[in-house]
Ligand binder design. Structure first.
Ligand SMILES: [Zn+2]
Length: 266
């Protein structure tokens, strides 16, 4: 498997900044998966999934605190998780997939994803590892581990924004994770990105932070051009999920029960 997939963590970006990224994709007729954070994200031909924010200072938790009032403090974590998923899903009712903001993970979270009808999760980050593939987790949730993240690249300078270092010839599923603001400013370092945050929601100001030279934008464009020039196969995460499920012979048990193996066999 050498499939390439482009995913975008929408990250509360301004519409114009998101449209700028769409333009880069649409010019090359490449479909992506959008992990949505807020309402009004128009999918065009792209897939929409959810990007729930479980952080205590995040938008979803603030909303739930207001909704529950004094009951919030005694609210069990699984219920909070369910409410965060539902809060995000109202913007994307058709979502089958999720990537949690900041890759938050918890044993009880998977149960809530199952209850909310989520089929795949792409929150497991395994940077530039060869041989990645879809995997089945518990509760019939497919994990689609992702291969590249722009934020890691500006922090650790892993690829030095050179397409050769993306190892596109190596075997394995390659899911790329991008953020609209980082593409828009051609982010080069963490410091550069942090400085640009004062203009986060103001594209006319934000454009002043766009830098020349190699950065996330130039690497992203080089990747998209490479895909087109080499006629490489791209799929949305939803398509990968569907194909992987169709290839499975047996589903793992998903229903909880109190029967022990002894009682089942008797
Ligand atoms: Zn995020």
């Amino acid at each position: 498997m050498k499939t390439i997939s482009i995913s975008i963590d929408v990250e509360w970006a301004h519409k114009e900044v998101i449209n700028d990224l769409f333009q880069l994709l649409n010019e090359r007729d490449i479909k992506a998966t959008l992990f949505c954070t807020h309402e009004g994200i128009v999918s065009h031909q792209h897939e929409r999934a959810i990007h729930p924010n479980f952080r205590p200072d995040g938008d979803a938790i603030k909303h739930i605190k207001k909704e529950l009032g004094s009951r919030f403090e005694s609210c069990p974590s699984p219920e909070i998780y369910r409410r965060v998923i539902e809060y995000t899903r109202q913007f994307v009712p058709e979502a089958k997939g999720t990537r949690s903001h900041c890759l938050f993970s918890d044993f009880d979270l998977i149960i809530q994803y199952e209850k909310c009808g989520i089929e795949y999760d792409s929150s497991y980050f395994l940077p530039l590892n060869t041989g990645l593939r879809p995997l089945m987790k518990e509760r019939n949730i497919v994990e689609l581990p992702f291969y590249y993240m722009d934020h890691m690249d500006i922090q650790l300078q892993t690829t030095k924004f050179d397409i050769k270092n993306l190892k596109l010839d190596e075997p394995g599923l390659k899911i790329f994770g991008l953020h609209p603001n980082m593409v828009y400013i051609n982010a080069q370092t963490e410091k550069h990105y942090i400085e640009s945050k004062v203009a986060y929601h103001n594209p006319k100001e934000l454009i002043n932070y766009r830098r020349d030279g190699w950065g996330i934008r130039t690497l992203f464009i080089a990747l998209l051009d490479y895909i087109k020039d080499h006629n490489l196969e791209t799929k949305t995460l939803g398509e990968i999920n569907d194909e992987f499920r169709a290839s499975l012979i047996h589903d793992l048990p998903t229903k909880e029960h109190d029967l022990t193996p002894e009682t089942i066999n008797s």
